[in-house]
Design a protein around this ligand. Structure first.
Ligand code: MN
Length: 283
């Protein structure tokens, strides 16, 4: 029987995995030029058929932005390592929407976003385009993984993080995964043998030392640049921050219900001075 995936593979549009049958969508927020995409694709091709749709530029810090008021363009390309891919002028979230809403002949069964240069720990996930792409996968009803490595710069060894992503993918396909959570993974920048283990964690706290820098442009007009190193205060046991600091891979299940349930009853007791009753949501 010839499947859609067979046809796409014959057209050279799909990175055919040895396993076949499962469709994996890879995206990222670092852009199509990221040298993490090649190793990640090779590792995941052992688990399924891989499509890549990545932004044509770096969208780090773009969070969950979507393109509303202009069209999206998609071009077929190849990674420097040879794998087939698509690149778009949209955001990481746009990449997932394209993949899920019909650009790909076969809907993905799994979304993997990464491997991101730089960790996404604790409060970082509110800024992260990497995690947002996985959020979009989750909102589309798909199991989704965001994976980041705690390293910047050139010559990063992505092999351990790519191998771990493949292990997670295999587990998700074998065991299934909760429909209301994604997995946020952070890998230390260590050789595989030096990684101290895997810890299933909760989100920790990040402390940012961002500063506002004011400088003058060549025409004498001021411009502003906000930035600084991501630092973390004391890391509590059980958090992603502590696990990574201990040289372990952190795996945090993320749930998108941001409701603070403990405040619902107390808020209902405020003096609302509003017509009609003040009701408390059934919790
Ligand atoms: Mn990034």
């Amino acid at each position: 029987m010839t499947t859609d995936a067979d046809k796409l593979a014959a057209e050279g549009r799909l990175n055919r995995g040895v396993a076949g049958g499962r469709q994996i969508l890879i995206t990222n927020d670092d852009g199509i030029e990221s040298d993490a995409l090649g190793p990640l694709t090779d590792a995941l091709a052992a688990v399924g058929d891989v499509d890549i749709i990545a932004p044509e530029r770096n969208w780090s810090g773009a969070s969950h932005s979507i393109t509303l008021y202009r069209p999206l363009r998609v071009r077929s390309t190849q990674l420097r390592t040879g794998q087939n891919a698509y690149m778009t002028d949209g955001s990481p979230t746009d990449c997932v929407r394209l993949g899920v809403l019909g650009f790909l002949k076969r809907k993905p069964d799994l979304v993997v976003s990464g491997v991101n240069r730089g960790s996404n720990l604790g409060d970082d996930i509110t800024y992260s385009g990497t995690v947002a792409a996985a959020m979009e996968g989750l909102l589309s009803g798909l199991p989704s993984i965001a994976i980041s490595i705690a390293a910047f710069g050139a010559n990063i060894d992505f092999a351990p993080s790519a191998a771990f992503a493949a292990l997670l993918a295999r587990n998700i396909f074998d065991k299934g995964f909760a429909p209301d959570a994604l997995l946020n993974v952070n890998v230390p920048a260590l050789p595989r043998d030096a990684i101290a283990g895997v810890e299933v964690t909760r989100l920790g706290k990040r402390t940012y030392r961002d500063q506002l820098v004011e400088r003058l442009d060549p025409y004498g007009n001021p411009y502003y640049w906000v930035g600084g190193p991501a630092v973390s205060a004391e890391a509590e046991e059980g958090t992603d921050v502590a696990a990574l600091r201990a040289g372990k891979i952190s795996v945090t299940p993320i749930y998108l219900d941001l409701t603070n349930h403990s405040l619902i009853a107390g808020l209902a007791k405020w003096d609302w001075g509003w017509s009609g009753p003040v009701e408390v949501a059934a919790d």
